[in-house]
Design a protein. Structure first.
Length: 139
């Protein structure tokens, strides 16, 4: 069986968070979604984000839960198929209420941009052109 990843993020309002990510085109696995948690599908069969209401999130840790608007607890970075796809996802996020913490970054072989979601979590989106990576040779 392939390894799966489940990123768990605390949210203030599950309905609000689900509405935001639905506006970005994500879908949810209803089998693992209830009043405390929603299972957002990032990559079918491999990558999921569990949006957990804060009181439920707190049952998984004895540490204080970070306020993502004040400090960074994680950077979630997802790859995209093109520069245009990076820009389109950031456009959708901003239209749904997100902010952009910094301008796009163009490193030639890698292009990235990101957004801060409604709960302050940072999402980075990158496109890497394998033919432009320094030291890359075509076969």
């Amino acid at each position: 069986m392939a390894t799966q990843i489940f990123v768990n993020l605390p949210v203030k309002s599950l309905d609000r968070a689900m509405g935001f990510f639905t506006a970005l085109g994500y879908q949810f696995n209803r089998q693992f979604t209830d009043k405390n948690a929603a299972c957002m599908i990032v990559s079918q069969d491999h990558i999921y984000v569990m949006l957990l209401v804060e009181p439920f999130f707190k049952t998984f840790t004895t540490k204080p839960v970070a306020d993502a608007r004040q400090s960074t607890e994680v950077l979630v970075c997802l790859s995209c198929d093109s520069r245009a796809a990076v820009d389109e996802m950031v456009r959708k996020a901003v239209a749904a209420g997100a902010s952009t913490p910094r301008p796009p970054q163009d490193h030639g072989f890698m292009y990235g941009h990101g957004y801060q979601d409604l709960d302050g979590h940072l999402w980075e989106l990158v496109y890497m052109d394998p033919n432009a990576v320094p030291g890359h040779t075509s076969n």
